[in-house]
Design a protein around this ligand. Structure first.
Ligand SMILES: *Cc1c(COP(=O)(O)O)cnc(C)c1O
Length: 226
């Protein structure tokens, strides 16, 4: 299937899932995860109206960002962040989804050029408690969120998670519900967060049901990665 048709199909799935649980069809933003895929595919997605793209690998991403200076395109960094890469990330991306350390957030803010406005940050939460995964625990979250929210040069937008895969819809919903509840709690405590970055090709309906505002979709747009 052509990328244009896949984008259309995904947007349909998003609006169906949103309407099904009583949310507006425009309440969920599609982030097209183009990691490892060529610039030509990003261009095709852009030509179909897609504007937000997610990348994990910095070198791979920079080549595409340089090759595609397209009007209105927005790049999101969704991979693991090494502290010696924060400058490059701050200079080339408008969103960073995988922040789980104060030091990284502080550097992103310091290294962000003032004329580009604050960089948007989501804190990654390790919702399934797997030792191998990055992200803070739910218990560490409130303190980190307060500190990041107070930093100059960054705008804390919300939370992101990447749970252990499951084929069961009810099971998929559990970590997404926990993430939503954590965000609601932070907002009750005075923060103003508006973003839940959760849901991928295999579990986006469950994430939307639990309140996702950004779904990160790779495989179902660009095909399997090698
Ligand atoms: C690769 C990746 C995705 C996209 O996953 P698909 O299953 O291909 O849709 C989403 N989020 C993150 C953080 C990823 O690394």
């Amino acid at each position: 299937m052509a990328i244009q048709d896949r984008i259309q199909q995904i947007n349909r799935r998003i609006s169906d899932a949103a309407l099904h649980c009583g949310r507006g069809s425009g309440s969920v933003q599609l982030l097209a995860v183009s990691k490892t895929k060529p610039a030509s595919m990003v261009q095709q997605a852009y030509n179909s109206g897609q504007r937000h793209f997610g990348e994990n690998y910095l070198q791979d991403a920079l080549e595409k960002i340089e090759a595609l200076p397209l009007d209105g395109i927005v790049w999101h960094f969704i991979g693991a962040i090494q502290s010696n890469k924060t400058r490059t990330i701050a200079e080339n991306f408008d969103w960073v989804h995988g922040v789980d350390r104060l030091k990284i957030a502080r550097r992103l803010g310091e290294q962000r050029a003032a004329d580009r406005g604050p960089i948007n940050i989501c804190i990654q939460v390790n919702s399934s408690g797997e030792a191998s995964k990055s992200g803070v625990s739910f218990s560490e979250l409130p303190q980190l969120a307060d500190k990041i929210a107070a930093l100059p040069g960054v705008r804390l937008r919300g939370l992101m998670t990447l749970p252990a895969p499951s084929d069961d819809f009810a099971q998929q919903r559990v970590p997404f519900r926990q993430l939503r509840e954590a965000l609601e709690q932070l907002n009750q405590n005075g923060l103003k967060l508006d973003t839940l970055s959760m849901g991928m090709s295999g579990d986006m309906e469950a994430a939307i049901t639990e309140g996702a505002t950004i779904v990160r979709i790779g495989t179902d747009i660009f095909g399997a990665r090698s």
